[in-house]
Each structure stands twice: as C-alpha cells, then as structure tokens.
Design a protein around this ligand. Structure first.
Ligand SMILES: Cc1ncc(COP(=O)(O)O)c(C=O)c1O
Length: 362
C-alpha cells in the first residue's frame, strides 16, 4: 500500500529548538538562552500595540508600506528594496525556497546559525558546512567548498552562537570569490550591537552587487521577538522574486505598528545598546576570571567553553544554573557540546549567572 511521504530531506531535519524559557518549580526564571533584549520593548511600541488591538479584525497592510518607509528612513535605504517578513527566519526560508532546491548546495560556516541547514533541508537542497578558524568564519575555507552546484552562501555576521564577525574587507573578499549566480545572504541580526570600525552590516555590498542580500531583525536590539518581525535589503530582481512567493499578509499589523514605533524611539535603542556595551564586557571578564574560555563577542551574548576540566562539563554547568533558575543555551546542536551560550541579561541576572558559575567552578 502506498504511504504518505514528505519530500526527500524533510525527515533529516531535527526541528529547531528555541531557548528554553521555564524551569520547573521556578516562578520567574532568568532567561539567558535566546539573545533577547533584556530591557524589553520600547514603551512606544507597547502603546502602538495597544492602539492596534481593536483593529484585530482587519487584515494587515500586505505591502507593509509605512514600516518599509520607516526602515528606509532610519537606515537610509530605498523602501522599494526592502522586504518584511515574520522574523528574519521567514526571510531565510523564503530566500531558500526561491533560490535553492533538490540538487543544489547551500554553504555556510561550521558553527553558523542553525536555520541555514534546517531550511536548506526543507527545500530539498544539500547543506554544506565549511570549517572555521578559531570559531570564526573562514573565507578561504568557504570559497574552497564552492562547487558548480552551490547556489547560496549564508553568513551570519556577527555569528550566532560564536559572537565572532568578519570585517568588511573579508566580507568583500568572500563576495569577490563567488560566481555571479551564487547568492550571498548576509544575516546581520545582531548588527545594531556591533561597535567596531571595520564592521559593515552589508548594505554597501548589496548596493554594489546583484547577488547579495542583507537580512535584519526586530527581535534583538528592538526587543520585539514575540511579534516576529524581520526585514531584508536586496536588489529589485530579488525583491520581485520574494514578493511572488511570500504570503500576502506575512507580517501582522501588531508587528508593523510596533516596528514603526520602535524605530522612532532612538532613546530606547540607545539604552539597549548602552546596556549591552556595559554588560557584555563585564560578563566576558567575570567568566574569564573563573577560568572559563570566553570567545570574543561583538553581539549580545557570549559563548563559554567548559572544556570538561575536573568533570565540570557544560551539561553539568547548565543543570547547575537551572537548579538556580538560570537558563543558558546548550550548544550540542551547534557541534559545541562543551560550550554554553549566555545572553546579556539585566544587571541582577548577569550577576546571578556569574555568582552561580563561580560556585560551580569552586
Ligand atoms: C543569526 C540569526 N539570524 C536570524 C535569527 C532569527 O531571528 P528572527 O527570526 O527572530 O528575526 C536569529 C535568532 O536568534 C539569529 O541568531
């Protein structure tokens, strides 16, 4: 008897597991597992959400006109070259559906964001991971793995979960090494946090080349992860393709109005950035002081290696933290089983995490 079967590749997918949010028996856990903004959404975004509630029976603006104009004004971009999505996750999936399929290869770096592999498999494409150097994407290794079947290269810059980044010249070198029919997707989800002169989120590359896309999100610095809102910047032919395949109402009104309000609140954005500037280095220093290897990060989280010395494994540390109501992100799914990732939290959350790990290491 014929059996119902999904397309090849689908059953190879281990469903993405988001950062845990709860610990049994703990009323309010300290959630440092999903790189969210610890200071929460802008009050203006909250007010916009509340104001939109009575209109919940109306379909959203399918073109996200006001939102695209607001993004364009804020980042000095042509709104017609912006596409909005239900989180940048949706945009990654749309790009994959549009440009890769069975027989095609999709390339990314070994500890790159997990969604690249999962969404490549979902469209029947073959995912390929290139090795990294010191937990940083390696341009030569990526270029060495190009084949005639490679259709797309994904680079999270900065990368989650390593926190490392490629400088503008390296990014340009990666692009220069790609054939014109290979699409480079620069996932700049954490761009707003980066404080480095040699960093570019990638808009300049999009302007210079036809085969580059930059994706961004409102889930991190803007503190709107629950609303699912992302956007991308691309050349008109790519934009045209995405409009053909996206859902006609893929971004809801709450996300659109909150996004516009959040963009408008520069003070809140600055507060989020200043908070990160203070606590990211603090976390890194404190954890290094405990004898842990902390990988340099330019985003809003740190990757910590436990290295299993004296039986102090990352898994044991994770359990120890959880018993104290603190949730870190386990990294086995990223091929980093001896690491934990900790997002920058509020001051008391950061202090609690460091105090708990200090006890753990003692
Ligand atoms: C590198 C990277 N890209 C994309 C995303 C997805 O973000 P969202 O779908 O919330 O916009 C994340 C989320 O953690 C991420 O770390």
């Amino acid at each position: 008897m014929a059996r119902l079967r999904p397309r090849p590749g689908i059953l190879e997918i281990e469903p993405y597991v988001g950062g845990k949010a709860e610990v049994a028996g703990i009323v309010r856990a300290v959630k440092l597992s999903a790189n969210e903004s610890p200071i929460g959404p802008s009050p203006r975004a909250i007010a916009a959400l509340q104001a939109a509630a009575p209109e919940a029976h109306r379909y959203p603006d399918g073109a996200a006109e006001r939102l695209r104009r607001a993004i364009g004004a804020r980042f000095d971009l042509d709104p017609d070259r912006i596409v909005c999505g239900a989180g940048s996750d949706e945009l990654i999936q749309l790009l994959m559906r549009a440009y890769a399929g069975p027989g095609d290869e999709v390339l990314y770096s070994a500890h790159g964001f997990l969604m690249y592999k999962l969404s490549a498999l979902a469209v029947g494409a073959t995912p390929f991971a290139a090795p990294e150097r010191a937990l940083t994407a390696d341009v030569d290794a990526l270029l060495a793995r190009l084949s005639s079947r490679t259709r797309m290269v994904f680079l999270a810059n900065p990368n989650n979960p390593t926190g490392s980044y490629l400088a503008a010249d390296e990014l340009a070198r990666l692009h220069a090494g790609l054939p014109e029919d290979v699409l480079l997707v620069i996932d700049a989800a954490y761009a707003e946090y980066v404080r480095r002169n040699d960093y570019t989120a990638g808009m300049d590359l999009v302007d210079r080349a036809d085969n580059v896309v930059m994706t961004r999100t409102f889930s991190k610095l803007f503190g709107l992860a629950a609303l699912r809102l992302g956007w991308l910047y691309a050349k008109p032919p790519v934009v045209d393709v995405l409009h053909r395949i996206r859902g006609p109402f893929n971004v809801g009104t709450p996300a659109q109005v909150a996004g516009v309000a959040a963009l408008d609140d520069l003070e809140h954005q600055e507060r989020a950035r200043t908070h990160n500037d203070r606590w990211l280095p603090w976390l890194a220093q404190q954890l290094s002081g405990l004898g842990l290897a902390v990988h340099p990060s330019v985003a809003n989280f740190v990757l910590v290696s436990f290295g299993n010395a004296g039986g102090r494994s990352a898994a044991a540390a994770s359990a120890w933290l959880e018993q104290r109501g603190i949730i870190a992100r386990a990294m086995a799914a990223y091929g980093l089983p001896d690491c934990l990732r900790l997002s920058v939290g509020l001051e008391d959350e950061n202090r609690a995490a460091v105090a708990a790990l200090k006890e753990f290491m003692a």
